[in-house]
Ligand binder design. Structure first.
Ligand code: PEP
Ligand code: MG
Length: 328
């Protein structure tokens, strides 16, 4: 099997009826970039910049951040890299950062994390913005913000980046050719304000790990709950399907970067509701590409629409059967 997946490395992720899917990998460390060549992925759809902070004994200074980002961009060549600004705080507490603020939360996943922290301790975010802008000099910078819950948070993040951009421009520093802004959709409330935020965005990326944790009110780190709820529940599928439809209306590309997209059947369901961009763990690229190449997306979409409107509380069984019947 592994050999069969390796043979797919240079084949495109195109369905039987010619639908092209962008397959990207999730990464976080310098060495993860090697996965691009190993898997033949189209780029890095989620670079978790907090990894550098988490493995470091002291706060990584701007120069060190910038070096990492540039190394990653150099290694990726002309393949896009989507850098997510730090998602620290909550359970990803950093010993060197305001410990007293951080260790008293009862619900860290819903706590002072990601942009909630970064916009308040904005020295951190400014340094990261400059590191990213300078590292991407001469190229397109793709940046995205985690845990955005309200439109004003996105506005503040973008304004912060634009200020840093202006600051660098005034000093005649070399700048990115373009900056593409995106946000994670992982807080359910944001789905109700898509009409506000989509005009401000170049792309949207659905983080199904946090999103499902919040939709089901089920801690993603609690093993007692790990098997209880299903990504293929109609609740999730309907929720995602509405987001995809709204993004299409606004002509903003939307992808999924949570672990859900790395499971073959889940990835198939996502294709069936219109997702055309997945960022997944490198080991999943082969199996997911094999699935894409064997499926007829038009037939799959029709079947998913039927399930969506029927009285099916969970897509798993019917989809698995459909896949068997259709040689996927
Ligand atoms: C997510 O929440 O789905 C996601 C991709 O981000 P993380 O797993 O880093 O929280
Ligand atoms: Mg998340």
């Amino acid at each position: 099997r592994r050999a069969a997946y390796a043979a797919l490395r240079d084949k495109p992720a195109v369905s039987r009826d010619d639908v092209r899917v962008e397959l990207m990998v999730n990464a976080g460390l310098r060495d993860d970039v090697a996965a691009l060549d190993v898997t033949g992925a189209d780029g890095i759809g989620l670079f978790r910049t907090e990894f550098q902070f988490l493995v470091s004994a002291t706060l990584p200074q701007r120069e060190r951040q910038q070096r990492l980002y540039k190394d990653v961009l150099d290694a990726a060549g002309n393949r896009p890299v989507v850098f997510r600004t730090v998602d620290i705080g909550g359970d990803k507490a950093l010993p060197y950062l305001n410990k007293s603020d951080m260790d008293e939360e009862e619900n860290p996943a819903m706590g002072w994390r990601a942009v909630r922290l970064a916009l308040e301790r904005d020295g951190l975010m400014k340094a990261q913005a400059r590191a990213l802008l300078e590292a991407a000099a001469g190229r397109t910078l793709h940046v995205m913000f985690p845990m955005i819950s309200e439109p004003w948070e996105l506005a503040q993040c973008k304004a912060l980046f634009k200020n840093q951009h202006d600051w660098l421009a005034k000093r005649d520093r070399k700048l990115p050719k373009a900056v593409q802004y995106g946000t994670m959709l992982e807080v359910p409330a944001l789905a109700e304000t898509l009409d506000f935020i989509l005009p401000e965005l170049d792309f949207l990326s659905i983080g199904t790990n946090d999103l499902t944790q919040f939709l089901f009110a089920a801690d993603r780190a609690n093993p007692k709950l790990a098997e209880r709820y299903d990504w293929l529940s109609v609740a999730i599928m309907r929720f995602l399907s509405r987001i995809v439809r709204t993004c299409a209306e606004h002509e903003v590309p939307v992808g999924v970067c949570g672990e859900m997209g790395g499971r073959t059947l889940e990835a198939m369901a996502l294709l069936g509701i219109g997702i055309r961009r997945l960022s997944i763990t490198p080991a999943s690229i082969g199996p997911v590409k094999a699935m894409i190449r064997s499926v007829d997306v038009a037939a799959l979409s029709a079947y998913c629409a039927e399930l969506m409107n029927g009285r099916v509380a969970n897509f798993r069984e019917p989809l698995a059967q459909w896949a068997r019947e259709n040689d996927v």
